[in-house]
Design a protein around this ligand. Sequence first.
Ligand SMILES: [Fe+2]
Length: 443
Amino acid sequence: MIFRGIRFKFSLVILFLLVVTTLSFSVLTLKAVEQYFTGAVVSKAEAISRSAAASAAYSLLSGDMLGMDSVVSRVKASHLNVDCIAILDNSMKALAHSDLKKRGHTFSPGPGRLMSLDRYCSVVEQKGGMLEALAPISFFGKQMGYVMLEVNRSLLQRARESARASVFQGLVVAIMLGIAGVFLLTTTITRPIKELSAGVQELKAGRKRHLRVYSKDELGQLTRNFNEMSALIVEQKDRLARYAGELEEAYVSTLRVLAAAIDARDPYTLGHSARVAQLSVKLGEAIGLPKKELEDLEIACLFHDVGKIKTPDYVLLKAGPLSAPEFKEMASHTEDGTNILSKAPSLAKYIPAVRHHHEWYNGKGYPDGLSGDRIPLHASIITIADSFDAMTSTRPYRSSRSEAEALKELLRCSGTQFNPRLVELFVKVYRNEHEGFILSELI
Ligand SMILES: [Fe+2]
């Protein structure tokens, strides 16, 4: 995770740039140092050879060999980095040489890289780094010979090594300071970003988090804007939740009124839906349904006979038993209820309970002939509560039965019309609420 973080990536980029920049700067510095010292050595070689040429002119003119030896010895003794010096005549024959064995030898300028050239001196870099200076010896414009000297670059080498060591030390210090700087910089820059990221996560989870403002720059402004925005979002969310709660309350109240209005069409079913809801919720609690599902079950109960709004009065209010066509008309209330609820997507979840609350456990119910556990649970619960309330209410064609008789009927039809496990629970709930009720008396 740390290798994917913004801080790691940011540090890597800055560190890479830092190392590249420092290395480039070091290489350029070393090159400049070398150029400077090479120039210094060349200048020194020029100066020594010119000075020696001036000193040797009188001795060469007068053929004073001792004088020429003296010049050679003096120069060699005075300059440690001069490896050898010779005074040559115009045919490049050594008249005097710091190495006595080479006196009389004829020299020729060796190949190499020309470092400087003017009328008074030329300097050539030989293979191996040795600098060879050649200065003409003149007297009143007449050239009489040359001073040739070889200067070693040991001084330059030492200076170069010293410079390299200094540059390396500087490089290490710069990189160490750079790493510390990168750490501080990335911490300073990425901390607000990381906190902003955490704040957004909290906000996504619905929690408000006030972030600390670390600076007055753009990041600080961004953090301030985030704090204001999150406060606004949380406030709007709370307000929406309040509105949603109020809306839901109003919605449920409307449903209750609608259910009561449907029941009121038939004086015999007045309050039926509310009672079915009460009984169903008790059974649902006994099953252990969660709170939200119990709320849905209660609303489904209020809707279970909404399709009867289309049932004609001559069928709905008929005092006697229904004929086959009339029964068909009455039975269609489950499909009519389905059609009504399907008009509103938010009510669609109640359709299974409404459509199937007249299905039988043995598959002989309507409208789809579902059986057993294929019947939706809410529908199976409503079937029992609906039948119990219908049996214990007075209807135009019969008087009401006692609750004990209704329970007995539920038990008789358990496994055929009703789900046996739900009937058993329903009876158990009834017994718990009515102490002293002995079930065996019913059977
Ligand atoms: Fe019904």
